[in-house]
Design a protein around this ligand. Structure first.
Ligand code: KIV
Ligand code: NA
Length: 274
């Protein structure tokens, strides 16, 4: 079976909700592949996988290493790789070189970049040259140093109209879908009604055409998670319990047991000629 394509996701506007999660490595990607339409290799990997405070220090090399792993682990889902901070904002050509490198070296089917009107010409430039682009407006974590906090956006009319313009600009520039992060419901509903490509919400309300969450957050592995995360599992405490049992058993010498232990192979001694 062929992979889901960016145009197929674009065609899902107003139809069956688009299901998406993040993944950064082959093993989880394989588990997701049969259940989701889109797997995002998000630059949130800087925080989740590498312990960074923000996504700002994430490099193109990191995105490529993790992107490649996710592509290898999957057959069906559309793989989208985030362009990290500092790799695409300065010019159209810089953005194209980075996006082309990411697609060539990972095998992913699309890239995502953050920003509204200021990025519209870049989105057009990439799409015209064969790079499917997922947009991302509302809370844009790469701008944390100018935003000052990770709080929700567009909760007053002035900010809402800026974000609506941002989404329109990215849609008109040819984005195949747009992530709406941490924005109030009426704004998410309005954007979803007005723009042609499907919207994918993360803290973007049920009005969006699809939803995405960070896998580790919804699995209960993150220590602190935003309001918009629902925990579908509680793996953090489960993993700690397993590790504590292992530690106890090693210290008590009850692990490994006989069934985990190799016996010597019985070798028939050649009969001695007499
Ligand atoms: O990096 C990321 O995980 C993301 C999603 C949360 C949309 O950009
Ligand atoms: Na991201």
């Amino acid at each position: 079976a062929r992979r889901i394509t960016a145009p197929q996701i674009q065609a899902r506007k107003g139809g069956e909700p688009i299901v998406s999660l993040t993944s950064y490595h082959a093993h989880t990607a394989r588990l997701l592949d049969r259940h989701v339409d889109v797997i995002l290799v998000g630059d949130s990997l800087g925080m989740v996988m590498h312990g960074m405070e923000t996504t700002v220090p994430v490099t193109v090399e990191m995105m490529i290493v993790h992107g490649r792993a996710v592509v290898r682990g999957t057959k069906r889902a559309l793989i989208v790789v985030d362009l990290p901070f500092g790799s695409y904002e300065a010019s159209h050509t810089e953005a194209f070189h980075t996006a082309a490198r990411v697609l060539k070296e990972t095998g992913a089917g699309a890239v995502k970049l953050e920003g509204g009107r200021r990025m519209a010409e870049t989105v057009r430039f990439l799409v015209d040259r064969g790079v499917p682009v997922m947009g991302h407006v509302g809370l844009t974590p790469q701008a944390i140093n100018t935003l000052g906090s990770f709080k929700a956006r567009g909760r007053d009319d002035a900010e809402a109209s800026i974000i609506l313009d941002d989404a329109r600009a990215i849609a008109e520039a040819g984005a195949f879908s747009i992530v709406l992060e941490a924005i109030a419901e009426p704004l998410a509903r309005r954007i979803t009604q007005e723009v042609a490509p499907p919207t994918i919400g993360i803290g973007g309300s049920p009005a969006c055409d699809g939803q995405i969450l960070v896998l580790e957050d919804m699995l209960g592995l993150g220590d602190r998670v935003p309001k918009f995360v629902k925990k579908y599992a509680n793996l953090g405490p489960d993993i700690e319990k397993a590790v504590a049992s292992y530690a106890d058993e090693v210290r008590a010498r009850t692990f490994p047991a006989a069934e985990h232990t190799y016996a010597p192979r019985l070798v028939e001694k050649p009969a001695k000629a007499s």
